[in-house]
Design a protein around this ligand. Structure first.
Ligand code: C2E
Ligand code: MG
Ligand code: MG
Ligand code: MG
Length: 293
């Protein structure tokens, strides 16, 4: 690769560039092979209604099952989420499997309102994304409101031609729920909440984990929650790990939460069992037990 940059360019001798290139190549290869062999699968993490303590939805998170059975998350194939071909392949694969799993849980009578997927800007800008999503929903006999699409706020930064906004508007008009992921960490301005078709914000886990560490952090979380509420948005706190964090988020009126305190991301099979327990709690026991730890 470095050779392409030409003679006499010092990049030729920069080992870190070669390493970076090699790392990317490996990520693409890993993803390509995994998709080809059916080893790219979502794991699922429950999202709870904090006041009723019931599961509202689950988030699908991409995982690769290695040939030795070990499971790796996006950190091991991060670059692939930023290269058009593999990003699209990952997101489409996860969309299809997640909707299929969700439809199966619904058909078993399990009580769950939505499935959340993460979409990269490359995927959203791809040809016929709206049609693809709506077809996948119809194919699984699901309604648009069963699907939540999580995007990071930064995708609006390179949306000069409004293509992404337009796609999200069409999905939103069709009834699909749009969530801003990692809210508060990006470069988006608050006007995005007003100008873009967003129904839900996910407060980034760095704010949740920082609760109690500084007065400033706590004030930001409170402000994000009340901003979301006054704009009539659903608010999900990400990365709740302790009872103290849960108590705080409930007290400030955050509606939903997810995190290791409830469950780590688990396989479709484990999630099916988890939902069975959560959907049909023992009499008097409204607190679903913690799984997947
Ligand atoms: P995200 O969408 O913000 O997902 C939340 C991440 O936090 C997940 O990491 C999840 O496993 C982790 N997490 C959940 N609860 C806790 C907690 O209590 N404590 C801590 N420390 N972490 C928690 P994961 O699965 O490694 O995913 C990382 C990121 O990769 C995701 O962040 C998302 O941006 C991206 N990603 C995952 N799946 C997909 C996908 O199918 N497509 C695309 N485009 N991106 C994906
Ligand atoms: Mg329900
Ligand atoms: Mg997400
Ligand atoms: Mg997030």
């Amino acid at each position: 690769h470095a050779k392409q940059t030409g003679r006499g360019v010092c990049e030729t001798y920069n080992p870190s560039l070669t390493e970076a290139f090699e790392e990317k190549r490996q990520a693409f290869e890993l993803v390509k092979e995994a998709i080809h062999e059916g080893r790219l699968l979502p794991h699922y993490q429950p999202i709870f209604d904090l006041s009723s303590q019931r599961i509202k939805g689950v988030e699908a998170l991409a995982r690769i099952q290695n040939k030795d059975g070990s499971i790796v998350g996006p950190a091991k194939f991060w670059h692939a989420l930023f290269e058009p071909k593999s990003a699209l392949a990952v997101d489409e694969t996860i969309l299809d499997i997640a909707l299929r799993d969700f439809a199966e849980w619904k058909s078993k009578g399990l009580d769950i309102d939505f499935i959340s997927i993460n979409a990269s800007s490359l995927c959203i800008q791809s040809m016929d994304y709206v049609e693809r999503v709506l077809e996948a929903l119809a194919h699984n006999n699901l309604q648009p409101h069963h699907l939540k699409i999580e995007v990071v706020e930064n995708i609006f930064l390179d949306d000069a031609d409004s293509k992404i906004t337009h796609v999200l508007e069409r999905l939103s008009e069709a009834g699909v729920i749009i969530a801003l992921d990692d809210f508060g960490t990006g470069y988006a301005s608050l006007s995005h909440l007003r100008d873009y078709p967003v129904n839900c914000i996910k407060i980034d886990q760095s704010f949740v984990s920082g609760l109690g560490e500084s007065a400033g952090n706590t004030a930001i979380v409170q402000a994000l929650v009340s901003l979301g509420k006054s704009l009539n948005l659903d608010i999900i706190a990400e990365g709740i790990e302790t009872q103290g964090q849960l108590d705080f988020m409930s007290a400030v009126g955050c509606t939903f939460g997810q995190g290791y305190l409830f469950s780590k991301p688990i396989s479709a099979h484990q999630m099916s069992d988890y939902l069975k327990q959560a959907s049909f709690p023992l009499l008097g026991d409204t607190n679903p037990s913690v799984a997947g730890k």
